[in-house]
Design a protein around this ligand. Structure first.
Ligand SMILES: [Zn+2]
Length: 258
């Protein structure tokens, strides 16, 4: 099979995974089972048939509406399928078909679910981040950028640095800043990417997060106090750190060197 066909096949496979991730995004915050029952329209309870469950295609054909009651279905379904398809293609181009690819795809899926739950509910579910910490540690035995010691330090640095920030912020302002969910999520990222990866992630997330924060204040006025969830920035940052972490750290160190 030619590489182009492989990329297309993995994109399609990614959209199918994305379709399953949509189920997780809806059900995990409600503490519901992600296996049973099958998908239903949240408005009329219409059981979604398999032919209405084809990623990207069904949403487009039905015009983003339920077949039965015509209630609009959230754009998120389409976006998550598209995003996961694209990310799988990117991962394949970067890692080829390998065990590292499979582990990174699983990690990416967790990041996508966390991102969309955090955007909607402003929480990062423990059901993903907590098991993610020991799973990330196990992965470190198979990942080229990680030793088990790097991973262990990653958990400590990832969890610890953010905890210090949160504590400092709380002491200074008497306000709740960084959530506990962010701390557990960065500990999971540290387990998977190692301590350097955790720091690179935090740097990227802090830069992009402040840029977006400033942009929102400019666009929505000075009194804009809406808290921007940090999880999506940590997710995007760790995905970039996974692909380019080493180069990023070398570049950063080279600025400091005379
Ligand atoms: Zn319906």
């Amino acid at each position: 099979m030619s590489p182009t066909l492989f990329v297309i096949a993995l994109f399609i496979f990614g959209t199918i995974i994305g379709s399953f991730l949509n189920v997780c995004i809806v059900r995990i915050p409600n503490r519901a089972s992600i296996v049973f029952p099958g998908s239903q329209c949240p408005n009329c309870g219409y059981s979604i048939r398999f032919y209405d469950n084809i990623p990207l295609v069904s949403y487009t054909l039905l015009g983003g509406r339920c077949r039965s009651c015509k209630t609009p279905i959230s754009m998120r379904y389409f976006l998550v399928e598209l995003l996961m398809g694209l990310l799988m293609a990117v991962l394949f181009l970067h890692f080829d078909l390998s065990l590292v690819f499979v582990l990174c795809a699983a990690f990416t899926a967790a990041l996508v679910v966390i991102t969309f739950i955090d955007l909607q509910h402003q929480i990062i579910p423990d059901r993903i981040s907590l098991p993610g910490i020991p799973l990330g540690f196990l992965c470190s035995f198979f990942l080229p950028w990680n030793t088990w010691l790097d991973s262990l330090l990653g958990i400590l640095v990832g969890g610890g640095v953010l905890y210090m920030f949160a504590l400092g912020y709380h002491l200074l302002t008497k306000k709740e800043g960084m959530g506990g969910g962010d701390i557990k999520m960065l500990a999971m990222i540290g387990a998977f990417l190692g301590w350097k990866g955790a720091l690179a992630t935090l740097m990227l997330a802090a830069i992009t997060g402040s840029l977006v924060g400033v942009l929102l204040i400019v666009l929505k006025g000075k009194n804009f106090k809406y808290a921007v969830p940090f999880g999506p920035f940590l997710a995007a940052g760790s995905f970039c750190a996974m692909l380019y972490g080493e180069r990023l750290i070398n570049w950063y160190c080279s600025i400091g060197a005379p």
